[in-house]
Design a protein around this ligand. Structure first.
Ligand SMILES: [Zn+2]
Length: 279
């Protein structure tokens, strides 16, 4: 592929999520407690998680710069301070989860911690990239600790090279719950799984990701987009006083199984049609 074609393809890959914009991405959503010290402060689809500790807070995902005022409002509505954000993490280096990391880091002084293979994307100043300085480079299974809370970074690559699934044990009134925040198991339109020159091991990486996701104990089923885990419907259900609907181990298993079979089908299709990108 010549350099112009390659640049166009790259541009398409970067622009694709923007073209596919969902109205929920930038819509305000009520902030709420998921369980224990884990809170939802994202938009109606772009998930942002706040882990509140006595030594300040951890945020997972920044969304786009235009979403930061909504995130800030959500944090304040819960009685926390945006300025107390000490650590900033992401699900993966795509604009819908990380475009504002540089902004939040600058606003709050939070330390930005990113999985090794996503660091070049995070620090890139290309269009749509945050150009954010990474304060700590994470490796598979590294832990992030603050004020008695501990998160583990599981490398779940494929969707991006450093895509990260976060887990933590939440203490919900004495009950220990395993939270899993899925980075992304999705093969996006345009993705090439067979003969991918810039990411030759992409298909093997997805295989690894499903192995990891299948191995994680999950009580609280969460992810980078609310749509992964039926966030809106579960929020409505929670308001009725039902048992916490985010505790959904069966939903987690079913979701991972469905995504894995979708990946395998797409991989098989591409093996028969090499060079034909995912739609
Ligand atoms: Zn993505």
């Amino acid at each position: 592929m010549n350099i112009i074609k390659r640049s166009l393809l790259l541009l398409l890959l970067v622009a694709a999520p923007l073209l596919a914009q969902n109205p929920d991405w930038h819509a305000q959503f009520p902030a709420f407690k998921i369980a224990g010290n884990l809170y939802y402060v994202g938009t109606a689809d772009l998930a942002v998680y706040l882990i509140a500790t006595p030594q300040g807070n951890i945020l997972i995902n920044s969304d786009f710069p235009e979403d930061v005022p909504l995130i800030r409002k959500s944090i304040e509505q819960l009685g926390f301070k945006y300025g107390d954000t000490k650590i900033l993490l992401i699900s993966h280096a795509h604009g819908d989860h990380d475009a504002a990391t540089g902004l939040i880091r600058k606003d709050t002084g939070a330390r930005l911690m990113i999985m090794d293979a996503d660091v070049p994307e995070e620090e890139s100043t290309a269009a749509g990239r945050p150009g954010a300085h990474v304060d700590r480079v994470l490796h598979d299974e590294d832990t992030v600790e603050l004020g008695g809370s501990k998160l583990t970074a599981h490398l779940t690559p494929g969707h991006t090279k450093g895509c990260t699934t976060w887990t933590m044990q939440v203490d919900d009134g004495g009950r220990k719950l395993n939270a899993v925040i899925i980075g992304s198991p999705n093969v996006n339109p345009g993705y090439i799984l067979v003969g991918n020159k810039s990411y030759p091991q992409i298909a093997d990486d997805y295989v690894k990701t499903f192995k990891v996701l299948n191995s994680l104990p999950a009580d609280l089923f969460l992810g980078a987009h609310g749509a992964y885990f039926g966030m809106k419907a579960k929020y409505e259900k929670m308001k009725t006083g039902a048992p916490n609907p985010f505790i959904d181990p069966a939903g987690y298993k079913a979701y991972v199984a469905e995504r894995e079979s979708t990946f395998v089908k797409e991989w098989d299709r591409q093996k028969k049609n090499p060079g034909s990108p995912a739609r």
